[in-house]
Write a protein of this length. Structure first.
Length: 714
């Protein structure tokens, strides 16, 4: 039996309203699942609707299961028979009955992600294509995008315009498409596309299914794409009752095809559309919600609403400005340790970031502090393919072990096949040599020019290691090997960001341990990966904001809030549309927090941006009453670089020196070289160094700097 006692007025209206077309704008944490399930129970219990005439579409199996359980809890057996499923499951049910209209058998096959990769493996083998050059994920995205744009393999070949890489992609698409047809198989995109195709071509089939479902409900409506929306509209043809629940402010999956304009402009397709707004939040405190409200208000593409809570004001949002990414990571770790000491479980704490590469310093510092963590939907930084590739290149310089050699000898592609590697390995075993020594000694006669060129490259790096710092050496490796060019050519933006983050990592290491060797750096990384592999129980959650959608935590840290990182440079290049999506992403991140929200950024040089960083607008857009800015200026009483990552040494040990610096003074720094003073704030200098170091803040009395003297001009 249903009861309305736990519902607020807007929720009650959303459950009982009689309008044919209802749009429920459900803010974060506003109880949308409760409302949606109660609406279905209300139709059955109070309006006498047969469960079999009710359809509810969700986007995950987990959500569908939760809805079924809630309805059963309310109605028992009386609620049995509603069709509650993902949109793909619904399409499978429709196709099982009616795919024969497209000359496919009823026992068609549905291929999953592993099956798709297997078909790609076949295609790559037949066409002589290297999976390292054309990663499976990127290829499947290419195929899916073509399908959704109604571009068949023939058109895809025309659109390649003679470009070799696009021609190869089109060839794989052609193989993939014909192979699936041959097997009477459909992938997940086909399930929707084939269903809409049948509904378009055969009105009688469309009317059969739309006549079956008298009341149609759609959860997470802000995430539907154009093809899914077309299918939903077809299903309303006969009875014309549509109830959708979503939040335009949480449309963050446009890269998957979601279109925020569908939910915003729904009234153009359904003229009598009625909108009910759920804006009471049951999750967060008012300071967190008011801060989130103040940033999302800057978006134009939205339905106006203001979240509020009866959970009290709570603590203000904390903003922390740090001197570097490592300082930011240390700050986060220190706060987590304090919170854990205050009784918070690690599992109730989350660290969210815009892009995967931003996890690097956080992971390292958590490992160093023995704080257990888990990565949601991601791979640990040092285990990512491109990071392991580059570390293997560096191992060629120090050890040239066989595992490193096998990993990178054909990455980028050098036309070295498995048979060649087997032959070299056999010689290596016989001669008790490494595989690199075999090709260096010329003991393998084939592919002579390729191997000689590779050896020259590695030996050059070994010579340069004696002269250059690690940072410069890594730049050389990326350029000489062609690895950076390979990623740029394939537009592998995320992998490029990870490589640039590794550059930042080796730069940090060189600054902190100027006398250390490349071998010591590689050993340190091996220790991090070993420690990170330990089993964890109660653990801090690390994930991208996209992965955090639908989750909630007592404490949330949003890190990397710098212009160009969050909002990302790519999204800002798209103009207003891209920026608004980034702001929605920030809104989602902030509203994951129940009790405490921390925002942090650093103003050091970034290899990803190729410039010094400045605080994100998503910090500045939070209205002042709801945010507290802490320690924005560096303290000058710290004893080491590791506390706030500012170059300050123990002042008791310092010898008095001239600290009278003026703007424009030229200085020499032991690590960064020559720089110019651009500001002096109470003895803390801002110094502009040449690329790639950028602007640094350094205590005027620090022994690492001095004024440039006459002797430096000689």
């Amino acid at each position: 039996m249903i009861t309305f006692s736990q519902l607020n007025e807007n929720q009650k209206q959303a459950v009982t309203d009689e309008a044919n077309h209802l749009r429920i704008i459900a803010g974060a944490g506003s109880g949308k699942t409760r409302v949606l399930t109660m609406r279905i129970a209300y139709l059955i219990e109070k309006k006498g609707v047969r469960p079999s005439n009710i359809l509810a579409i969700t986007f995950t199996n987990k959500a569908a299961k939760e809805m079924r359980n809630r309805i059963n809890d309310m109605l028992g057996d009386a609620g049995t028979g509603c069709h509650i499923s993902t949109i793909h499951s619904l399409c499978m049910r429709i196709l099982y009955e009616d795919i024969v209209a497209l000359n496919y058998p009823k026992n068609f096959t549905v291929v999953d992600a592993d099956d798709q990769k297997q078909v790609l493996k076949e295609a790559y083998k037949q066409l002589g294509i290297d999976k390292k050059e054309y990663p499976y994920g990127g290829m499947l995205d290419y195929i899916a995008n073509n399908k959704y744009m109604a571009v068949d393999p023939k058109k895809a070949m025309e659109f390649a315009y003679g470009e070799p890489k696009l021609i190869n992609r089109a060839k794989v698409y052609e193989y993939y498409d014909s192979r699936l047809r041959q097997m009477y198989a459909l992938d997940f995109d086909d399930l929707i596309l084939f269903t809409t195709k049948i509904f378009e071509m055969y009105p009688n089939i469309r009317e059969k299914w739309s006549g079956k479902y008298h009341y149609i409900h759609v959860d997470e409506f802000q995430d539907v794409d154009k093809e899914q929306y077309k299918l939903i509209k077809y299903l309303t043809t006969v009875h014309d009752n549509l109830y959708v629940v979503g939040d335009p402010d949480q449309t963050i999956f446009t890269w998957r095809g979601a279109d925020v304009n569908i939910i915003i402009n729904m009234d153009k397709d359904f003229k009598d559309l009625k909108t009910i707004i759920l804006n009471q939040n049951y999750r967060s405190t008012n300071n967190i919600l008011s801060g989130a409200n103040s940033i999302i208000r800057n978006n134009k593409a939205r339905v106006d609403k203001e979240l509020f809570s009866k959970n009290g004001d709570g603590a203000k949002i904390i903003h922390k400005s740090c001197m570097s990414e490592l300082g930011e990571a240390n700050y986060v770790a220190n706060q987590i340790l304090k919170l854990h000491g205050d009784g918070y479980n690690y599992r109730d704490i989350a660290v969210l970031y815009r892009a995967n590469y931003l996890s690097r310093d956080i992971e390292k510092v958590l490992i160093e502090n023995r704080i257990a963590y888990v990565l949601y939907g991601g791979i640990r930084f040092y285990e990512r393919m491109e990071v392991k590739d580059i570390l293997s290149y560096l191992r060629m310089i120090t050890r040239a072990d066989d595992l490193a050699f096998i990993r990178i000898i054909n990455t980028p592609r050098r036309n070295i096949g498995p048979k060649t590697l087997d032959a070299i390995q056999t010689i290596a075993f016989e001669k008790n040599m490494s595989m690199y020594e075999v090709i260096k000694s010329g003991l393998y006669p084939k592919n002579k020019e390729t191997f000689e060129s590779f050896v020259r490259m590695v030996e050059k790096w070994r010579d340069d290691l004696k002269e250059n710092d690690l940072e410069k050496l890594l730049e050389e490796v990326l350029d000489d090997s062609g690895y950076r060019t390979m990623l740029e050519k394939d537009n592998e933006t995320e992998r490029l960001e990870n490589v640039k983050s590794l550059l930042d990592d080796i730069k940090q290491y060189s600054e902190n341990y100027p006398d250390s060797s490349l071998d010591e750096y590689l050993q340190m990384i091996a220790l991090y990966t070993d420690r990170a592999s330990e089993e964890v129980g109660d653990a801090v959650n690390l994930c991208t904001i996209h992965s955090a959608k639908g989750l909630e935590f007592d404490v949330v840290f949003v890190v990397g809030l710098s212009e160009g990182i969050f909002p990302s440079e790519r999204s800002m290049a798209e103009g207003q549309k891209g920026l608004e999506e980034e702001r929605r992403l920030a809104y989602v991140a902030y509203t994951r927090a129940k009790k405490l929200l921390y925002l942090s950024e650093s103003n050091s040089f970034s290899y990803v941006l190729q410039s010094s960083k400045m605080a994100s607008r998503f910090i500045k857009e939070v209205d002042e009453p709801y945010i507290e800015h802490v320690d924005e200026k560096p303290k000058i009483n710290q004893s080491s670089i590791f506390d706030e990552d500012i170059l300050i040494s123990d002042r008791k040990k310092e010898k008095p020196k001239d600290t009278m610096y003026r703007n424009g003074d030229r200085v020499i720094h032991k690590i960064y070289g020559e720089g110019i003073v651009i500001a002096n704030d109470s003895g803390v200098l801002q110094i502009a160094f040449s690329h790639p170091h950028g602007v640094k803040k350094i205590l005027a009395s620090h022994p690492s700097i001095r004024k440039k003297g006459k002797e430096d001009y000689s």
